[in-house]
Design a protein around this ligand. Structure first.
Ligand SMILES: Nc1nc2c(ncn2[C@@H]2O[C@H](COP(=O)(O)OP(=O)(O)OP(=O)(O)O)[C@@H](O)[C@H]2O)c(=O)[nH]1
Ligand SMILES: [Mg+2]
Length: 453
């Protein structure tokens, strides 16, 4: 499918950059560029070979707008499979805007969000999964998120779905034979182990999707403890930057402070809080309320104690409260003599001794955090999938339909009922591959992109 209009957009992030790119895609891309461009060597872009770079200026009404390098790429060996022109500008945002305006006046249309990638998909250049990976790459916040997105760009998820769909098709074909020749009922029974195998495989992809969600959406860790135990110091140590104010004065942190950091490739939102204490004024009262809210939002709470002083009633209150979520006890200031003599009840395994100040024990604590939240499993690019909510939903649907087919096979042995479930599963898997996707779903997917991608 080829479009008859030509789209244009600024494809580089806005802001102060060395260069910025105006990209055009469509049948008129090269003629439009030709009208705007004055080659330093008298070259005509329309006659230029594909995948060549040309130096010159962009001129509007006799006025020179910017010194540029123009890339000419002919269909179909391009990102969208259409003719593409990229104008590399040097003059900053005003020049970029002027060049884009000029292209629009010459007949291009401003691209919608993700429209270049949407064309790449609709023209068969990339799979839907790969299109989505482009978005994930743009938005990746951790190294692992990026690696997984790049990996998926090579089609790992699409391949998985294709194999599920192929197996379903094979099973359906065999069942149809069974329906046509009912005396071969025995054969239907032989389908079961293969069906169970596809269910298992689908389950595996679902689990990888859930892990992927953790990697990209991140998990929230709240640091809690009485004033002065070293929450802000630990916060800074986990972020590896001096983000929060640290002083020897109890009550330094008055409000919650939130930042993102990657631990073992997983994205974490870490929240530093005001020390939990008996509030003596309105500010402290508000601070404590916010701390409690931050704790309720957390996937994990780190309960901090100061190892250099005996436990106080505030420490006991903290340890004895049921926070109703995973918690690790962290005894800080291990560089000073330890004054906590008693063992901390009920938490023998989950106690970490650290010095937030000199970094001792922080690595073990990081491992402990990942272990507790991800069940000892360190995600890698091969073991996670970055799935949209709708993909996760559809995949779940495929799994449930396959499960129904297993049920129908075990309980009724009715080939018709098995086939019905398998046909629905086959259709849902097809939607995951981008076959017969409704315009709505497509728009929804690409609307998450930025303009120019
Ligand atoms: N010796 C030593 N001192 C530490 C350590 N961690 C923090 N401190 C000191 O303890 C004091 C309090 O540290 P903060 O990080 O501000 O403590 P906090 O829990 O955020 O305190 P509030 O914001 O008041 O609740 C500062 O003087 C820190 O330098 C540590 O591991 N060892
Ligand atoms: Mg603090």
């Amino acid at each position: 499918m080829m479009y008859d209009d030509t789209i244009a957009a600024i494809s580089t992030p806005l802001g102060e950059g060395g260069i910025g790119i105006v990209r055009m895609s469509g049948p008129q891309a090269i003629p439009i560029a030709e009208e705007m461009f004055c080659s330093a060597h008298g070259i005509s872009l329309q006659e230029a070979k594909s995948h060549t770079l040309h130096y010159g200026t962009i001129v509007s009404q006799g006025r020179e707008i910017d010194e540029v390098l123009v890339t000419v790429m002919h269909s179909p060996r391009t990102y969208t499979r259409e003719n593409i022109v990229e104008i590399n500008c040097h003059g900053g945002i005003v020049a970029l805007r002027t060049v884009l305006d000029l292209a629009l006046r010459k007949g291009a249309r401003l691209a919608e969000r993700g429209e270049f990638t949407k064309r790449a998909f609709l023209n068969g250049r990339i799979s839907l999964d790969q299109a989505k990976s482009v978005l994930d790459i743009v938005k990746a916040k951790t190294r692992l998120g990026l690696e997984a997105a790049v990996d998926q760009l090579h089609g790992r998820f699409s391949e998985g779905i294709a194999s599920i769909r192929d197996t379903i098709a094979e099973l359906l074909a065999e069942i149809d034979v069974g329906i046509d020749f009912p005396d071969q009922v025995e054969q239907i029974g032989q389908i079961l182990p293969r069906l169970v195998k596809v269910v298992d495989y689908t389950d595996k992809l679902l689990r990888q999707g859930e892990q992927g969600k953790i990697v990209t959406d991140g998990l929230t860790i709240t640091l809690a403890g009485r004033p002065n135990v070293g929450k802000s110091t630990l916060f800074n140590a986990l972020l590896a930057e001096e983000r929060a104010i640290v002083t020897p004065i109890p009550g330094t942190t008055r409000d919650t402070v939130e930042e993102e950091a990657a631990i073992s490739g997983v994205l974490f939102r870490i929240i530093d809080t005001a020390g939990l204490c008996e509030p003596t004024g309105q500010i402290e009262e508000q601070g404590v309320k916010r701390t409690e809210r931050a704790i309720s939002r957390a996937d994990l709470v780190l309960l901090l104690l100061d190892g250099s002083s005996p436990l106080t009633s505030a420490d006991h209150a903290l340890l004895e409260t049921n926070w109703e979520k995973p918690a690790l006890v962290v005894i800080n200031k291990s560089d000073l003599p330890c004054k906590i003599q008693q063992t901390i009840p009920g938490t023998a395994k989950n106690v970490y001794k650290i010095s937030a100040k000199n970094g001792e024990g922080i690595n073990q604590l990081s491992h402990g955090i990942v272990n507790l939240l991800l069940g000892g499993y360190i995600p890698s690019k091969q073991t996670i999938l970055l799935l949209d909510v709708w993909e996760q939903d559809l995949l779940l649907r495929v799994r449930n339909l396959l499960n129904n087919a297993v049920g129908a096979l075990e309980n009724t042995q009715s080939p018709d009922m098995v086939a019905e479930q398998l046909r629905s599963a086959h259709k849902a898997a097809g939607e995951l591959q981008g076959i017969d996707l409704s315009e709505d779903v497509l728009n929804h997917i690409f609307a998450r992109f930025c303009i120019g991608k």
